[in-house]
Design a protein around this ligand. Sequence first.
Ligand code: ZN
Length: 455
Amino acid sequence: MQSIFAHHARLPQGWVIDLRLTVADGRIVTLEPGAFAQPQDHCVMALVPALANLHSHSFQRAMAGMTETRVSGKESFWSWRKLMYQFVDHLTPEHYEAIAGLVFMEMLEAGYASVGEFHYVHHQPGGRPYAALGELSNRVFAAADLTGIGLTHLPVLYSYGGAGQVPLSGGQQRFGNDVARYADLLSDCRSMVTKSLPSDARVGIAPHSLRATAPQDLKEVLSLRSGAPVHIHIAEQPQEVTDISTWLGARPVEWLLENCGVGADWCLIHATHMTAQETRDLAQSGAVAGLCPITEGNLGDGPFNGAAFLSHGGHFGVGSDSNVRISLSEELRMLEYSQRLRDLARNVMVPQEGSVGTTLYLGAAEGGAQALGREAGRLEVGALADLMAFDTTHVSLCALRPDQFLDGLCFASDDSVVSDVWSAGRHVVSGGRHAKRDQIIAAYASAVAALLDAL
Ligand code: ZN
């Protein structure tokens, strides 16, 4: 049994003072506001539910900063993707594990308790499977185990190089599976996760995108889900919308909602390019819109239809996607600022009235947990103890009332205010640092040096 004492805590009904919280078997057992601290308690300033980072491609972290030079003409998403494929050609399983370890540690230190790893590099360069089909998934599991992050692993079905069943080519060969081999991979992942990770870990399914699958394949792969969350990239780029419309006769979000029974266990990543009708229909489906504002800004994708989506009661969460920058506070800030810049307005991401930071933070906590299939996102008895504590005496927060803390976190502060993180009760960050920080950074540095030599 662990016990935590928080001077301030955000329960579903609002902020309370002097909360004592106990945890057993990874879950919150008791919540007692107005309590006295006990000698064995771990004391923190402010306690909130920790966010799930709902979309990550860990290996891309090692490319951060390598694609920010303009070479000729207009740099685009597609030229970024070209470099990503070159990079993929040289990644070994050892690199993969070391990079994922760093990424998961950085996420935990930023205040996230869990991650949805959208995992699409499966095979050797050239496309031959490893002796163990799930070799690279296993590396992700090892990194999750080392860092203690709550993992929802999302092995990706990636069968085609573009809309209309274009064959895979070049760097894409490492991603490729047909549905039959994908089913084997999925079943390997499920048994490895059960064997090697704590019971809060999950395996979902992830058809990469409409452009990398085909309608019949999608139907078959959805039959393998047995209640698992489903994630898909949906409408990141205008070109993708045009290609899918030409091929399938409907825009990507429109087609998916009409044909795939999308509901609360779905997460649509980059629901960026939607009509007003698609925005409303997606909100009403109960699915989570998986938003990655830093990456979407970095890749020039465009802003999300935030105000309209919230006005229809839509659920959302955030992910660090390309991991060019891992920062929880910046991710939420970028989400709001992208709306303000487009709409020439302030305080957009709140349905009617109230604190934007609170709406962003608590909305992303609930939506992220929903997307990852975690019983978390709220401080309540029975929920997983995915907890984040922050320092309200920090200069960026010390002038604020409790009901302004989350505005301060989102707009005035950075992740250095994060003091502690628990993932399903695992106390992985204390004093702002991950317990295995030095070891993880050393492993990452040597992996990146080896990778750069090979490039
Ligand atoms: Zn992605």
